[in-house]
Design a protein around this ligand. Structure first.
Ligand code: ADP
Ligand code: ASP
Ligand code: MG
Length: 411
């Protein structure tokens, strides 16, 4: 039998009615003759609630316990989905990560998948099971502890299953009907894309477009998984949604494919750091050991052997970063003080077309300056330009850039 992977995000399983609606979609595919692997998220809001409880109990928590707690939301929806399918006379059962077993490394709270053995689930398909409902987001470490794959990780579970089972397609059902030129909640003129290239989707995701987890796009690209994003709230045809595919499967595209943003960024500056070889290695090595994901980095010109080192990080890691920097203050670094700006956001424009067309950066800076928005930090790569700005300008900046690059119009 051909296999199909269908993933339902939090809003698509937010209550029993929605689970029934999702189960009906699954039933349609079973009737077409597929063996279906359904990946479910926790009910919307559940994971946030669990994370909140962890933080309240222990701000610098043990990540192994964090995973034990926050993975639990998916167990509930997996069981409920299996029961709902059984009520519809579709032979189904649920699987928690450890039962598959979905093997990961030991990097708790952001574990990477190492292996998905197919034997157990295939044996059940062989016995007449039509749907395997798998709890997304979770796995098991070599030490036998429960792990999670980072926020939004059910997308990655889905793509990894599609690769392991050589599925015909991986359909990601969510609360929007595809990938847009920017988050449609921020910009009314956002346009749904019929297709988007893996490289562009990868950048958009890693720069904050949470419609797909970054790692899921990486895996789909590597294993050539046919990946589609579509709405769980509408009747769907085989052509619906957005197909994430190779660049050469797209005929025409704009220079800028989309605008991504990350609202919850923090900018930290270590002022008057000794400027000599090895200092950056100590600062960023310490931050990395503390589990801080530094993104943008700027070092000023040095004066009298001292310099300022500025970097950005996600808001939720600020106390870890402060603690880590405190710990090395007295040592060789000997910086004067740390200045933390909690109210910044990162905005990025992304497009493969930038490889061959110049002037995108200049245009982006002009648009922001015309709106009176000051740029704090800039980084670029071959197909993206990112800036850090005051958070209050986020919406204005995204809309102005969307207009200026005429993203509401197809190429
Ligand atoms: P799920 O719970 O189904 O995994 P998510 O909330 O993780 O859903 O992702 C879907 C959301 O991603 C949308 O509701 C939308 O607000 C947001 N989003 C951000 N950027 C984009 C984009 N470029 N295209 C579509 N949705 C986007
Ligand atoms: N429930 C998890 C989260 O909210 C995983 C997911 O939904 O993809 O991050
Ligand atoms: Mg998601």
């Amino acid at each position: 039998m051909p296999t199909l992977v269908m993933k339902f995000g939090g809003t698509s399983v937010a209550n029993l009615d929605r689970i029934r609606r999702a189960a009906k979609r699954v039933g349609v595919e079973v009737a077409k003759g597929y063996d279906v692997i359904v990946i479910v998220s926790a009910m919307s809001g559940k994971t946030n609630e669990l994370v909140g409880w962890v933080n309240e109990t222990s701000p610098l928590y043990d990540a192994r316990e964090y995973d034990a707690i926050v993975s639990s939301g998916e167990n509930v929806t997996a069981g409920l989905m299996a029961l709902t399918l059984q009520e519809m006379d579709v032979p189904a059962r649920s699987w928690q990560g450890w039962q598959v077993p979905l093997m990961t490394n030991s990097a708790h709270s952001q574990a990477r998948i190492e292996e998905i053995p197919t034997d157990n689930i295939n044996a059940k398909f062989g016995e007449g099971m039509k749907v395997a409902v798998v709890a997304g987001f979770q796995g098991i470490s070599p030490e036998g502890r429960i792990t999670t794959l980072g926020r939004g990780g059910s997308d990655t579970t889905a793509v990894a299953f599609a690769a392991a089972f050589d599925a015909e397609r991986c359909d990601i059902y969510t609360d929007v009907d595809g990938v847009y030129t920017t988050d449609p909640r921020i910009c009314q003129k956002a346009r749904k894309l019929d297709r988007i290239a893996f490289e562009e989707m990868l950048e958009l995701a890693s720069l904050g477009a949470k419609v797909l987890q970054t790692r899921s796009v990486e895996l789909a690209m590597r294993y050539k998984v046919k990946l589609r994003v579509l709405s769980s709230f509408e009747e769907q045809s085989d052509e619906a949604g957005t197909l994430v595919c190779d660049e050469d499967e797209i005929m025409e595209s704009n220079v800028v494919a989309g605008v991504a943003f990350s609202r919850d960024e923090v900018q930290m500056t270590l002022r008057s750091v000794a400027d000599r070889p090895g200092i950056a290695a100590i600062i960023f090595g310490t931050l990395s050991d503390a589990g801080v994901n530094v993104d943008m980095i700027v070092q000023d010109i040095s004066e009298d052997g001292r310099t300022n080192m500025t970097f950005s990080l996600p808001s939720e890691q600020v106390s870890r970063a402060e603690k880590a920097m405190d710990a090395i203050k007295g040592e060789e670094i000997n910086y004067e003080n740390v200045v933390t700006d909690l109210d910044v956001a990162k905005i990025s424009v992304v497009g493969i077309g930038m490889r061959s067309q110049s002037g995108v950066a200049a245009k982006m800076f002009k648009v922001l300056s015309d709106e009176g928005i000051n740029i704090k930090v800039i980084t670029t790569s071959e197909i993206k330009i990112s800036v850090l700005v005051d958070r209050k300008y986020l919406e204005l900046a995204v809309q102005a850039l969307h207009d200026a690059f005429e993203l509401e119009k197809a190429a």
